[in-house]
Design a binder for this molecule. Structure first.
Ligand SMILES: *Cc1c(COP(=O)(O)O)cnc(C)c1O
Length: 361
C-alpha cells in the first residue's frame, strides 16, 4: 500500500463516549487531501491535521455546485479487526459521480488507499459499541475562483471521518414514508445517478413538508408521470410481493446504492426471486390492500436496512404489516451487519480489513 506523507496534529481531541454519538457532528484529528490543477493532474496526496478550508468567495463550487461525495463506513469487529465495507465500490462510484459533474477522474486505487490510510491513522476513533461505526466522507469540490459557467480547472479531493452512533440503538425501527405527488428528485438525463450536492438541495423542501405531516422521508416517484417508484432520497426502495423481491431498475435517475447491490446479491445467493423493473405506485397500494405486499424496506449505508411501516399517498396512510418488521427484512439486516462486524461469513469479500500493521492494540 502507498504510504502517504502525514503531518500529525499537535493536539489530539478526545473521542466522545460511544453511547453519545449521533450522525456527522464530530470529526477526527486528521483529513486526507489532494489537489487537481489543469496540466498537472491530481497531485500531492497527503494526510494533514483536520482544518477549515479557506475559499475565495468566487470559488465556483459555492455558486454552481460542482461537487460530489460518497459515504461509507469502517467497523470495529467483534474480533477487534477494523473493516471497511466495499471501499472499492464506493471509490468506483465516486468516479462515476465525477464524470457526470465534469470533474477529472481520480485513480480508484488511490481513493481506496486514502480510506485505508486515514482510517488506519485514526483507528482510536472507530467506536466499539455494537451498531456504531466510523463514517468515511470522501468529497470533491471545484476550487477555481471563477464565475463563468464551465467546468473548473482546479479541484480539491478530501476525506474526513466522523464516528457515528448506532442507527437503531433499540433494535430496528420501521419508518413512515410519503410518496410525493408533487415533488421530483431527478429526471432521466439529470443528476439522479450521481451522488452530488445538488440532489440533496432539491430534497430539502419536500422532506420538510413530509416531516410536517409526520413522515420520516419522501418516496420519490418518476419525474415525467409521477407514477413509478424511484427512491427514498437517501435510500433505495425494495419490497416483497407474492414472494418476489421487486425494486426499481437503475435507469439513470436513481442512485446505484452499494447496499442495494449487496442486498440483491444476497437474495440471489439465497435463491429468492428478484425483479428489477418499473413499479407503479398504484400496484404497490393495491398489493398492500390485498395483503400481497409482504414487506417493504429501504437500503443505504446509514441504516443498512430500514423497514417501512407506513406508506402515505394521496392523503391516505397505508400501514404495512401493522408497522412491524418482516422476516426477510430482518434476515438481510443481520446478514449485512454480520459481514460488517466480521461475525458472519463474507463469501464475496466485501469487508476489507484495515492493514493489521497499522492497527494499534
Ligand atoms: C447514498 C445514497 C443512497 C444509498 O447508497 P448506499 O451506497 O447504499 O449508501 C441511495 N440514494 C441516494 C440518493 C443516495 O445519495
Amino acid at each position: 500500500m502507498t504510504a502517504f506523507p502525514i503531518t500529525h496534529a499537535t493536539t489530539l481531541k478526545a473521542p466522545p463516549p460511544d453511547a453519545s454519538l449521533k450522525f456527522g457532528t464530530v470529526f477526527t484529528d486528521h483529513m486526507f487531501m489532494m489537489e487537481y490543477a489543469a496540466g498537472r493532474g491530481w497531485s500531492n496526496p497527503r494526510i494533514e491535521p483536520y482544518h477549515a478550508l479557506s475559499l475565495d468567495p468566487a470559488t465556483c463550487v459555492l455558486h454552481y455546485a460542482q461537487a460530489v461525495f460518497d459515504g461509507l463506513k469502517a467497523f470495529r469487529g467483534t474480533d477487534g479487526v477494523i473493516r471497511i465495507f466495499r471501499p472499492d465500490r464506493h471509490a468506483a462510484r465516486l468516479n462515476q459521480s465525477c464524470e457526470r459533474l465534469c470533474i477529472p477522474a481520480l485513480d480508484p486505487a488511490l481513493v481506496e488507499q486514502s480510506f485505508h490510510a486515514l482510517v488506519g491513522l485514526e483507528q482510536r476513533w472507530v467506536p466499539k459499541l455494537p451498531g456504531t461505526a466510523l463514517y468515511i466522507r470522501p468529497t470533491v469540490i471545484a476550487t477555481e475562483p471563477f464565475l463563468g459557467v464551465r467546468p473548473a480547472e482546479s479541484y480539491l479531493y478530501y476525506v474526513i471521518l466522523s464516528p457515528v452512533g448506532a442507527y437503531y440503538p433499540e433494535g430496528m425501527n420501521p419508518v413512515k414514508i410519503l410518496a410525493s405527488e408533487r415533488h421530483v428528485r431527478a429526471l432521466p438525463g439529470g443528476l439522479g445517478a450521481a451522488k452530488t450536492a445538488a440532489n440533496y438541495a432539491a430534497s430539502l423542501f419536500p422532506a420538510e413538508e413530509a416531516h410536517r405531516l409526520g413522515y420520516t422521508q419522501v418516496l420519490y416517484l418518476d419525474g415525467a408521470e409521477h407514477r413509478f417508484l424511484e427512491e427514498v432520497g437517501t435510500m433505495n426502495i425494495m419490497m416483497k410481493i407474492d414472494g418476489t423481491v421487486v425494486t426499481p431498475p437503475l435507469a439513470g435517475s436513481i442512485l446505484a446504492g452499494v447496499t442495494r447491490d449487496s442486498v440483491l446479491t444476497l437474495l440471489k445467493d439465497w435463491g429468492i426471486r428478484v425483479e428489477e423493473r418499473p413499479i407503479a405506485i398504484d400496484e404497490v397500494i393495491a398489493a398492500i390492500a390485498s395483503g400481497r405486499l409482504e414487506e417493504m424496506w429501504g437500503t443505504g449505508t446509514a441504516a443498512v436496512i430500514s423497514p417501512v411501516g407506513e406508506l402515505g399517498y394521496k392523503e391516505t396512510r397505508h400501514v404495512i404489516r401493522n408497522g412491524g418488521i418482516g422476516a426477510l427484512t430482518q434476515r438481510l439486516y443481520d446478514a449485512i451487519v454480520g459481514i460488517q462486524y466480521g461475525s458472519a461469513a463474507d463469501p464475496h469479500g466485501w469487508a476489507r480489513a484495515v492493514a493489521p500493521a497499522t492497527v494499534l492494540a
